[in-house]
Each structure stands twice: as C-alpha cells, then as structure tokens.
Design a binder for this molecule. Structure first.
Ligand SMILES: C[S@@+](CC[C@H](N)C(=O)[O-])C[C@H]1O[C@@H](n2cnc3c(N)ncnc32)[C@H](O)[C@@H]1O
Length: 272
C-alpha cells in the first residue's frame, strides 16, 4: 500500500528549491556571520534546504546537522557538503514538528531560516526546538512577515490568492512573523517572554537575469508558486498571475542589468 501523501513534504519536494536557493547564498553567509559561531559548536539547522546557512555554519568550524523534510534537498545538501569537503556537516530527513531522532539538549544553537516556519503544528515546532537546545543555548529563526510590502511576503500572498484554500485548521506559516504568536508558542514550551528578542533584517535575492526570467524560475521550481500556476491554469488565470508576479518582481528590483531584490524578515532570538 502507498503511504499517504504528506502535503507539507510534497510541497517542498516539488520542483527544485536549489534553483531559488542559488539566488540566496550571499545573504545566507552574511546572516551566519552574525550568529557568533565558534569552533566545535553543536549546531542544528532546521528546514535547512540544501544548506544556504548550514554550509557557512560548517565553514566556521561548527559541527552541523541539517534537518529538512524534503528528501531531494537533503540529498542536494549532502552533495554540496561533500563537494566542498565539509566533514563536519551532515544532512538528514526529518520533520520540525517531530524531531523524534534528536536527543534532548543536544545543540548549542538551533537555526531555522525560513524553514521551521513552514512546518505544520507551530506549537509542536516551538516545543521541539526548545527540547533539543541545551540550557544556555540559543534558537535563531528567520521568518517572513505577513502583509509586509517587500518581496517574499508579497510573492506568497499573490501565490496564495490563486491557490485553493487550505484545509480547515491549517495555520498559516506567516503567523511566525507576528511577534505575539512567537511569544505565545515559546511560552507554551516554557520560555519566558524576556528571553525572546526580535529584529528586522533583510535578505537579498540575486539572480543573473531579468526580473521576468526570475519569475520563470519561481514558476518552474518553487513549490508554492508552481501550485499557484497549476491552480491558475485550471481557471484560465495563469496569464493574470504571470503579469502580477512580473509587476512585483520589476517593481522591487534594485539592479539595472540583473535582478537584485531585498526582502524584510523577522529575526527571532530565543535564549534558553
Ligand atoms: C524556503 S525554504 C528555506 C530553506 C533554507 N533554510 C534556505 O534558507 O535556503 C523552506 C525549507 O523548509 C523545509 N521544510 C518545510 N516544512 C518542513 C518541516 N515540517 N520540517 C522540516 N523542514 C521543513 C522545506 O523542505 C524547505 O527546504
């Protein structure tokens, strides 16, 4: 018998997120430089994709485990680590809502940049991140902010306008970009509000072609946009979606001869 489809896993195994991640590498490195990583630090990168932040963490000589729900991205991450000779970095499949294979208090730092926010059951996610972090350790999350006027929040908003409504009880990943929700989720995991701090930060997406060619990358390779186009095609609205995205990408582009688009996110730091 076939196992039931996990829509969360299917969404991210769709297409090839590596094509998008390739446009995020510089900001990943810049963010990791700010994390105070030292040699031998035990780091968990959750929802790591193919390692945009996990590789820079390992290059700073931390011992890094990357966990991601998408099998293809875990494979891509392990290939990238091997290509770069990083023996202190391993990727494995797992679900941020249930890190059953990870012992309690095993990491000094848990990083999740636009990763765990996409897992269902946000209270379970907060509980698991707290459980696997040692006392004195830290959790750092990067979360997109709902209704923010910049790139990714708008891209996800437009995409969701063309996608069928999610099942009842579905909690939007974007709620991780609301400070009160973050406080409530970590409070339920036993972390007092005073231990949580917030900052606005920027990730810049760099693509070596035009904004319209960049829209095509999302249309072909990025699960949420692929789903939006599939639904839009059924309703005869694909051209409308394409136009809306081209307007967004063009209006946010800061480069004259390529594509450079900044996006604001909420950086959450939790001290345990
Ligand atoms: C937008 S990508 C970000 C990837 C990576 N952190 C980066 O910055 O390039 C979201 C990632 O979260 C992963 N993800 C989604 N739901 C997850 C879950 N329940 N458990 C673990 N990873 C998950 C996806 O497979 C995907 O790799």
């Amino acid at each position: 018998m076939n196992a039931p489809v996990n829509p969360n896993k299917a969404l991210w195994e769709k297409g090839d997120f590596t094509r998008i991640a390739a446009t995020m590498r510089e900001s990943g490195e810049t963010l990791v430089e700010k994390l105070g990583i030292t040699k031998g630090m035990q780091v968990l990168d959750l929802g790591c994709g193919d390692g945009t932040t996990a590789l820079p963490e390992a290059k700073l000589s931390a011992d890094v485990l990357g966990i991601d729900i998408a099998r293809n991205l875990v494979e891509a991450g392990n290939r990238r680590a091997a290509d770069q000779g990083l023996n202190n970095l391993k990727f494995q499949e797992g679900d941020a809502s249930n890190l059953e294979q990870v012992p309690d208090k095993s990491f000094d730092l848990v990083v999740s940049i636009f990763g765990a926010m996409f897992a269902p059951k946000p209270f379970e996610v907060a509980k698991e991140m707290v459980r696997v972090t040692r006392p004195g350790g830290r959790i750092v999350m990067g979360n997109w902010i709902p209704n923010d006027p910049t790139f990714v929040a708008q891209l996800l908003k437009i995409s969701s306008n063309y996608t069928p409504p999610p099942p009842e009880g579905f909690v939007s990943p974007m709620t991780w970009g609301v400070e009160n929700n973050v406080i409530e989720r970590f409070a339920a995991a036993g972390v007092p509000k005073e231990n949580i701090s917030f900052a606005r930060d920027t990730f810049t997406f760099n693509f070596p072609g035009t904004p319209s060619a960049y829209v095509d990358e999302f249309r072909k390779y990025y699960g949420p946009t692929m789903n939006a186009f599939e639904a839009a095609e059924k309703n005869g609205r694909a051209a409308e979606l394409q136009k809306e995205l081209e307007e967004l990408f063009n209006s946010q582009n800061k480069s004259q001869n390529a594509t450079m688009i900044p996006a604001t996110f909420l950086r959450v730091t939790v001290a345990l």
